[in-house]
Design a protein around this ligand. Structure first.
Ligand SMILES: NC(=O)c1ccc[n+]([C@@H]2O[C@H](COP(=O)([O-])OP(=O)(O)OC[C@H]3O[C@@H](n4cnc5c(N)ncnc54)[C@H](O)[C@@H]3O)[C@@H](O)[C@H]2O)c1
Length: 324
């Protein structure tokens, strides 16, 4: 019987990028997504059409909130590993739409954990977020730092999912790796995220809105480095004694938003029109990943992609994708 990996959120930025690499490595993948309209559906469909070119890829359009359908559609597959990347993402969207985070993050993740329990799938990789650290109290954030005071509701649901996964891991022996991503970016990125939005507006000669007067600092992490980390972490053998592990996945460098915008301007050869705004509710000024733990898995290529190269690669992709 064929062995499959299941990737939820396969039409999304990270799920898609991971699937591509796994498929090229010859693995059999079932991708699940409900293709919701949180952002432009056409990019999600395009991502899936690329994945469908691989004979070892199967796509199921399923909403994870529908447990019956999920279980029924997967009844004939032998699934060894689940990469659970589907979620209602976006920190800002959670300010006015918290209910979407309850259903797509809490309910959907619980359904997936039930699937693991009922189908006896005992390896899970869960996409969490650096936002679980709330307002950082240290320059570099370690996995052991406090995660009990999330600020945005998005972060609260991610932390809750981590806790549910921990309980299932200990009760039902599901070996679980939690990956806390720090601002991922790159080709096929999310249209609701800064890099995509800024590029679009600059090219259309529109003003960009920059919070905290451009002084926000982020640990921008290039998608290929993150995918490498995901794969290495998923191959780590966990034991019954250590059946639940958490890793930060960041680049390890703090970059000012102003600098990020400068890079965009340079590459696009257009000066951005900027509307500077104060901090927004729930915003965090700066956050930086301590990567010592994940480095032990020899995760990253020797040279991680720096932000200068990463932004250039994104713009090249953006122009090609939009035929500019
Ligand atoms: N991109 C980042 O910088 C970042 C940072 C931290 C954490 N994360 C987490 O990583 C994961 C992937 O993020 P992304 O950037 O690829 O987001 P994304 O929005 O591009 O992908 C998520 C996908 O999940 C799907 N989905 C949502 N609810 C669903 C449901 N109920 N049933 C089935 N499919 C559903 C969406 O249609 C979407 O295609 C998410 O869990 C996100 O919270 C991402």
């Amino acid at each position: 019987m064929k062995i499959y990996n299941l990737v939820t959120g396969a039409a999304g930025f990270v799920g898609f990028s991971l699937c591509l690499v796994l498929l090229k490595n010859g693995q059999n993948i079932i991708g699940i997504d409900n293709i919701n309209s949180y952002y432009d559906v056409s990019i999600k469909k395009k991502r899936i059409s690329i994945l469908k070119k691989y004979p070892n890829f199967k796509f199921l359009k399923i909403d994870l909130r529908n447990f019956k359908k999920l279980k029924y559609n997967l009844r004939l597959y032998n699934i060894k590993k689940i990469f659970h990347f589907a979620a209602q993402a976006g920190v800002r969207h959670s300010i006015n739409h918290p209910e979407e985070y309850v259903s797509n993050n809490l309910v959907a993740t619980h359904n997936l954990l039930e699937l693991c329990r009922k189908k006896k799938i005992n390896r899970l990789i869960f996409a969490s977020s650096s936002s679980v650290y709330g307002k950082p109290t240290k320059k570099k954030i370690k996995e052991i730092h406090d995660t009990n005071k999330p600020l945005q509701f998005y972060a609260a649901t991610k932390k809750s999912c981590e806790l549910m996964a921990h309980s299932y891991s200990s009760m039902y022996k599901i070996k679980t790796t939690v990956l806390r991503f720090f601002t991922l970016y790159g080709p096929w990125g999310r249209p609701d995220m800064a890099l995509f939005k800024f590029t679009k507006s600059i090219l259309e000669n529109k003003k960009i809105e920059v919070y905290n007067y451009g002084n926000h600092q982020r640990d921008f992490t290039y998608i290929d480095d993150a995918v490498m980390a995901i794969i290495k972490a998923s191959n780590e053998k966990l034991t019954n004694k250590v059946s639940y592990k958490i890793y930060n996945v960041g680049n390890g460098k703090s970059v000012k938003l102003k600098y990020y915008i400068n890079l965009l301007e340079k590459k696009l050869k257009i000066k951005a029109k900027i509307k500077y705004l104060p901090m927004q509710k729930g915003d965090v000024k700066g956050i930086l990943s301590e990567n010592k733990k994940i480095k032990k898995l020899k995760t990253f290529q020797k040279n991680k992609v720096d932000v200068e190269t990463g932004v250039n690669r994104f713009i090249d992709w953006y122009k090609k994708y939009h035929k500019i």
